[in-house]
Design a protein around this ligand. Structure first.
Ligand code: SF4
Ligand code: SF4
Ligand code: SF4
Length: 346
């Protein structure tokens, strides 16, 4: 452990920590736009500038390792002035259409503009303008709202191992895009959407479905496979419009395409609500009692005629452990066969 002082507080942190990590561990707030504790430090947005005694210029807290006896100041008039200027510069070519932006209410840039009271901007000039539409099915890419924090590029490479996007061009023309600026064609895990601090990347399925204030968040577990990733359903007007996952969960907030974007079935009008039995070549809706009687009668008939090993049961990773336990118990004890398997073994 090393001992240092942040804003007059003496604290102890593990050797190898950055100043930002040390501050966060002790609930000292330093604003950031490009940092995510799950990604490698980047030092891109310059918002986490701090002053260190004996160091002539402000340094980025996210890339500066702590050292024994270090004295750090995270906030003063000079530092806040620098941060305010950084936010002003970012906003100088930003669309500022918070009134209709999907991200409004959950946008780090909007929060910072509010915090620094940025109604007017001293820096006015050219605005970057990019074609907005991308024909991919899941991710709305509005690159005019991109602040080039690089989080999407880094998560795609560091976490997903896909590298489907990169920052292309240089200077004012720099932009995040897939190779040759084609439409995005990737795994559609949506990790990039989940880390984007602005409205540059949004899920297409939730566009226009509800403002942040209308959303009720419901924690649940993904039903798609046995990994059991934690999901948070965003519900507006009794419809699931988006899925997110908290970084605090066992899956660290990362999901696959199914968990992140495969939720439309929940309110699909084609969803089955009652059991169906095929009668005279056509499916007919029946009661649960009739359906269960039918299954019991058919299974019993096959067992009596051909023996229990003529029957096999295939269970699903989408069921709970308890349901799978009951399923195999039913096959072994009630039907009388060990022919039980599970899709997880494929
Ligand atoms: S990305 Fe944020 S700051 Fe930009 S328009 Fe949307 S809500 Fe406003
Ligand atoms: S959806 Fe996943 S694979 Fe596609 S660009 Fe984003 S992080 Fe990369
Ligand atoms: S798209 Fe979002 S995450 Fe990616 S660089 Fe731009 S602002 Fe950052």
């Amino acid at each position: 452990m090393l001992t240092l002082t942040i804003d007059g507080r003496q604290i102890e942190v593990k050797e190898g920590s950055t100043v930002l990590q040390a501050a966060r561990e002790h609930e000292i707030y330093i604003p950031t736009l490009c940092d995510d504790p799950r990604l490698e430090p980047y030092g891109g947005c310059r918002l986490c500038l701090v002053q260190i005694e004996g160091v002539p210029r402000p340094v980025t807290a996210c890339t500066t390792p702590v050292s024994e006896g270090m004295k750090v100041e995270t906030t003063n008039e000079y530092i806040e002035g620098l941060r305010r200027t950084v936010v002003e510069l970012i906003l100088s070519d930003h669309p500022n259409d918070c009134m209709v932006c999907e991200k409004a209410g959950d946008c780090t840039l909007q929060e910072l503009a509010y915090f620094y009271g940025l109604r007017e901007n001293r820096f006015r000039g050219e605005r970057r303008q990019y074609a907005k539409r991308d024909a991919n099915p899941f991710i709305e890419r509005d690159m005019e709202k991109c602040i080039l924090c690089g989080k999407c590029v880094r998560v795609c490479e560091e976490v997903q191992g896909v590298s489907a996007i990169e920052i292309a061009y240089r200077g004012f023309n720099a932009k995040v895009c897939p190779p040759f600026e084609k439409d995005l064609d990737c795994e559609f895990c949506g990790q990039c959407v989940s880390v984007c601090p602005t409205g540059a990347l949004m899920g297409k399925l939730s566009l226009g479905k509800g403002r942040q204030k209308d959303i009720k968040k419901v924690d649940t577990v993904c039903p798609y496979c046995g990994c059991g990733c934690n999901l948070t359903l965003h519900v507006a007007r009794n419809e699931v419009i988006r899925v997110s996952s908290s970084p605090e969960t066992l899956n660290e907030g990362w999901l696959c395409v199914k968990g992140r974007f495969g939720f439309k079935f929940i309110s699909s009008p084609e969803r089955l609500n009652t059991p169906l039995i095929r009668k005279n070549g056509r499916f007919e809706e029946v009661s649960w009692q009739e359906a269960l009687d039918h299954v019991a009668e058919r299974l019993g008939g096959i067992r009596d005629r051909y023996g229990p090993d003529a029957i096999a049961g295939l269970s699903s990773a989408r069921c709970t452990n308890e349901e799978n336990y009951l399923f195999q118990k039913f096959f072994r004890a009630a039907v009388g066969t060990n022919n039980v398997d599970h899709c997880a073994r494929y």
